[in-house]
Write a new protein. Structure first.
Length: 300
């Protein structure tokens, strides 16, 4: 070993760790984890079983989500660079090049779709491909053009549990439709709370979310209430797909609890109440999917 190598090694380790961290950040691990969890829930609701086949479905869906996230980060580099909460992401900060992000995103997306095709079924793979294309190449470009991008983006965002369901049941039926509607309507109050919190930053970046277009927040509050009510109705649907009365009671109680901070936000559109609404949305979803799993297992 040369002297130069001895000197350079301690400096190379932190650089390598930082590089690895940037690549992990590129894949949006929190979102990918949520995607994996909902795919697992969808698989179990669809099949009533777990084991290795479920792990295959989770892995394939998560890899698709990670790839779509990397593509999204590459495509959103300009608005991300203008928002304080996102300007330090690897691509807008210049630590990962656009070419690298595209390459990682494309490779992971293809790998995820192929994995689902081989380890699950072609239906799950087709849905995985639709989620990637819809999120990266439809929703992302529209974000700076219309506030309706929020609704459009909720479509690919609602597919992960449906992918899991398709992998487990090998069919799309009313159970899959119920899962889609639950995730679709859940995303709207969840995102609107976030958009209200960061409306100044979204305005600076030229992203026309609803709180930017109507700063008084009246329309945002109405949408929060309407979409949460729609979510409560959607969340009740799996009870008629075999999950039973116990699940129905749990879904209604959870929905009512989620509605409370939404009403509070509608009455007083403050930062504190928007934070409470956002946190309520984060807590609500895993509890609902937990209730689904218990209902599917016949434990409630």
């Amino acid at each position: 070993m040369t002297q130069a190598a001895v000197v350079e090694t301690p400096l190379a380790v932190p650089v390598a760790r930082s590089r690895a961290f940037d690549y992990v950040t590129l894949l949006k691990p929190r979102i990918t984890s949520l995607v994996a969890a909902t795919a697992a829930g969808g698989y179990y609701v669809g099949s009533g079983t777990g084991g290795v086949p479920m792990l295959h479905a989770i892995a394939g869906t998560a890899v698709c989500a990670a790839g779509a996230s990397a593509l999204n980060m590459a495509l959103e580099r300009r608005p991300d660079s203008l928002m304080e909460r996102t300007m330090d992401r690897p691509v807008p900060a210049g630590r990962v090049s656009v070419t690298e992000a595209f390459a990682v995103g494309a490779l992971l997306s293809i790998a995820g779709v192929v994995y689902l095709a081989l380890a699950a079924n072609w239906l799950a793979a087709a849905l995985g491909l639709a989620a990637v294309v819809g999120y990266a190449f439809v929703y992302t470009p529209l974000k700076t053009r219309t506030h309706l991008a929020t609704l459009i983006g909720a479509v690919p965002g609602a597919l992960p549990p449906v992918i899991g369901y398709a992998a487990g049941a090998a069919v799309l039926d009313r159970g899959a439709a119920a899962l889609f509607l639950i995730l679709f309507f859940w995303q709207l109050p969840h995102f609107l709370a976030l958009a209200w919190l960061y409306r100044e930053q979204y305005a600076k970046a030229g992203v026309p979310v609803l709180p930017v277009l109507e700063p008084d927040g009246g329309s945002t509050a109405r949408q929060v209430i309407l979409q949460t009510l729609a979510l409560i109705v959607a969340s009740a649907l799996p009870a008629w797909s075999g999950l039973g009365r116990g699940y129905l009671i749990a879904a209604v109680v959870l929905g009512a609890a989620f509605l409370v901070p939404g009403i509070a936000f509608a009455r007083q559109r403050s930062r504190e109440r928007a934070v409470r609404l956002f946190l309520a949305s984060v807590v609500y979803l895993p509890l609902l999917f937990g209730a689904m799993a218990l209902g599917r297992a016949g434990l409630i």
